[in-house]
Design a binder for this molecule. Structure first.
Ligand SMILES: Cc1ncc(COP(=O)(O)O)c(C=O)c1O
Ligand SMILES: N[C@@H](CCCC[NH3+])C(=O)O
Length: 430
């Protein structure tokens, strides 16, 4: 239903996800509630395995910033993917869930000494070196180690992804990576090459997030390949790995296109093959880093509707028991979502309403002007495609408690993250 294979409705007219009745889930666990479909997450991991790892002998790491907790680490581990982490907290979560740390790639534009030390201690597989300060830190930390660590060098390819300003990363004016438009990337390469405890495995770049087109990856790889060629010519150094980042777009609302992973991975791999061939370079291991594409569409958020306020001739506000604290994306990126009333799926008495959150901000609007079945207080609203960057970006603004996360799998449900309690909110207050 609604184009999501794992979302449907039952004989009661209630929305179901992976065979679980959403109204029952709301009753059992309370709202707001994040619900994630394990079937869908695993199906997408398999799609990546078949179309990238097996078809092209590549590798994929899940960008854990999109949605991370211990259970997600276990799922990703069992699907054979690696993990992209960006903080000590993400490293610690992976380590605690017994994730194979050699399959972890550590990113970040300002990794602290403590985080780098942790990455080395826990045996993180690759550190993606982002800047000169990080090289200084690594040099200091590794001076007392007698083993080598593997690194990738992050370069800024100077490519402007067609996406929201806040989620672009590959353009010249970016806080991430070494520029190839001055001598920064070259100087970084030389310094790292001369450090005896560093083993350079290759390069990394990432253009941005929620990208809907694949041509941009072609451009990115052309830039990367010509840089690899330059390095080969100057230093007779061939890279083993090329990490092209993530950013594959998903379906949120009409106008977005639901893409198979092969839409992106075929272009990526075919461009690598043809460019590296053309430039007479050894074909590297191609690494991709999808986050949103794996979990975004797999998640929904359930809310209970409370106050309904109609301003005659202006707007009808329908307020839910969550909002920007559990989903900051609409105020932050002007993100668009669609939603349905989970308890009234096959009703067609529609009206246009605006879904407001309960935070003390006029900007806390989840969906502006959406056509819904006739809304009443206590209805259950399901907002779709909330699996990425909702739970992971949730805050305690207004001292809201972060919702629980329930994983559903073939008709069964289980809590994977408990709802915060009021006690949790004052736990660190002194
Ligand atoms: C370095 C890096 N890799 C991967 C990702 C994953 O992005 P997405 O969730 O859009 O796939 C990001 C975020 O944009 C990123 O910064
Ligand atoms: N948080 C962003 C994505 C950031 C991607 C990380 N580089 C979003 O919700 O769309």
């Amino acid at each position: 239903m609604l184009g999501y294979d794992f979302i449907d409705y039952n004989e009661k007219g209630n929305l179901t996800i992976s065979g679980c009745d959403c109204v029952e889930l709301a009753k059992k666990y309370g709202t707001p509630l994040y619900v994630m479909s394990e079937d869908e997450i695993r199906r997408r991991c398999r799609e990546i395995r078949e179309n990238h790892i097996e078809k092209y002998n590549g590798f994929a790491v899940y960008a854990s910033k999109a949605f991370l907790n211990k259970e997600m680490c276990r799922i990703i581990k069992s699907e054979g993917l690696g993990l992209d982490v960006v903080s000590g907290g993400e490293i610690y979560t992976a380590y605690s869930a017994e994730f194979p740390m050699d399959k972890v790639i550590f990113h970040g534009n300002n990794k602290t000494m403590e985080e780098l030390e942790m990455a080395i201690k826990y045996g993180v597989g690759r550190i993606v070196v982002d800047n000169f300060y990080e090289i200084d830190c690594l040099e200091e930390l590794l001076s007392v180690e007698d083993r080598k660590i593997d690194v990738l060098i992050r370069i800024t390819p100077g490519i402007d992804g067609h996406t929201h300003e806040f989620i672009k990363t590959g353009q010249v004016d970016s806080k991430f990576g070494f520029s190839i438009f001055d001598d920064s990337a070259d100087r970084a390469f030389q310094r790292l090459l001369n450090l005896k405890n560093i083993n350079i495995k290759g390069f990394h770049s990432h253009i941005g997030s929620q990208l809907q087109e694949n041509e941009i990856y072609k451009k990115e790889i052309e830039v990367l390949a010509s840089y690899v060629k330059k390095i080969k010519d100057l230093y007779n150094f061939e890279v083993d790995e090329l990490n092209v980042g993530g950013g594959f777009g998903i379906y949120y609302v009409e106008g977005d296109i639901r893409r198979n992973i092969s839409f992106f991975t075929d272009v990526i791999n075919e461009t690598v093959i043809s460019e590296f061939n053309r430039l007479n370079l050894k074909k590297p291991l191609v690494i991709i880093e999808p986050g949103r594409w794996i979990v975004g569409e797999a998640g929904i958020t359930l809310y209970t509707i409370g106050c309904i306020k109609e301003i005659k001739g202006v707007r009808k506000y329908v307020s839910v028991d969550g909002g920007m604290a559990d989903n900051p994306r609409p105020p932050l990126y002007d993100a668009q979502y669609t939603a349905v009333l989970a308890n009234k799926i096959n009703r067609n008495d529609e009206e246009i309403v605006t879904i407001a959150g309960k935070c003390c901000e006029s900007g806390d609007i989840l969906i502006k002007d959406i056509k819904l079945q006739k809304v009443e207080s206590k209805d259950i609203l399901a907002v779709l495609s909330t699996g990425a960057y909702n739970y992971s970006m949730a805050s305690n603004y207004n001292r809201m408690r972060k919702p629980a996360v329930v994983m559903v799998f073939s008709g069964k449900d289980r809590v994977i993250v408990k709802r915060e309690s009021y006690e949790d909110l004052i736990r660190y207050d002194v």
